[in-house]
Design a protein around this ligand. Structure first.
Ligand SMILES: [Zn+2]
Length: 249
């Protein structure tokens, strides 16, 4: 039975916590760098023998070293993950992990982060999704690591496997959320293209044009999303950049 423990982390608003998951002797993303939360996590994770890391962002790995020191658990991550501590075992796509209470299947799902892994509980539709989706708010793709083409491919790949997505932030959601995320990204691309055609020529200008009416929008983060989409649009032959000026094709 997949168990979850949200722990407080230095993450992006509106999230304040990161979900740690446990199946059998395996814990995924012991995330908190805060001693009181690490204490709580360690008692919840008693008997842990293996720590899996979905990706290297700081709101996912802050408690890995502490839990390893307390338990002697082995740390496993994808080889492309850039972790601030040594890894005992690298995981490849479709590697399986027997937790004693079920088998986890590693799914290489890049796009948000290099070496991002999601984990399917084999024989079920439960997918521990990391930052592929979120139970609230949104997933930020920060260039150059954030790659829209890879992200869309990762969502499309996980969709048919997932009845329930268990994200790192917020409550569990239907697998159909992956379809909604794909549609949302295409909708945004359409809006950015329309802003280009209306005369906006920079990521900041496009962000202002598209997000001006969104209450509470963070225009700095929005401009980063625009940059990620523009890179994809250039690769798809939809936009070009000359001397820092973007235009539609
Ligand atoms: Zn992340």
């Amino acid at each position: 039975m997949l168990a979850v423990l949200p722990v407080r982390t230095p993450t992006l608003p509106p999230a304040t916590h990161t979900n740690c998951y446990r199946l059998g002797d395996t814990v995924i993303d012991p995330a908190s760098p805060y001693p009181d939360e690490q204490e709580r996590l360690a008692s919840w994770a008693g008997g842990v023998r293996r720590i899996l890391v979905t990706h290297h962002h700081e709101d996912h790995v802050g408690g890995v070293a502490d839990l390893r020191a307390r338990s002697g658990a082995r740390v496993c991550a994808h080889r492309d993950a850039r972790l601030p501590f040594p890894v005992d075992e690298t995981l490849e796509d479709l590697d399986t992990i027997d937790t004693g209470e079920g088998v986890l299947v590693a799914l290489h799902t890049p796009g948000h982060a290099d070496g991002h892994l999601a984990f399917l509980v084999d024989g079920t539709g439960d997918v521990v999704a990391g930052d592929l989706v979120a139970g609230f708010g949104t997933i930020v793709l920060v260039p150059p690591e954030g790659q829209l083409a890879a992200y869309l491919a990762s969502l499309a790949r996980v969709r048919p496997l997932a009845t329930t997505l268990h994200p790192a932030h917020g409550p569990a959601c239907s697998g159909a959320l992956a379809d909604q995320y794909i549609a949302h990204r295409h909708m945004r691309t359409g809006q950015f293209l329309a802003a280009l055609r209306a005369g906006a020529s920079s990521p900041d200008g496009i962000a202002r044009a598209v997000y001006a009416t969104v209450p509470g929008a963070n225009l700095g983060l929005a401009a980063l999303q625009v940059r990620t989409h523009l890179a994809w649009m250039r690769a798809e032959g939809l936009a070009r950049e000359e001397s820092g000026r973007w235009t539609s094709i």
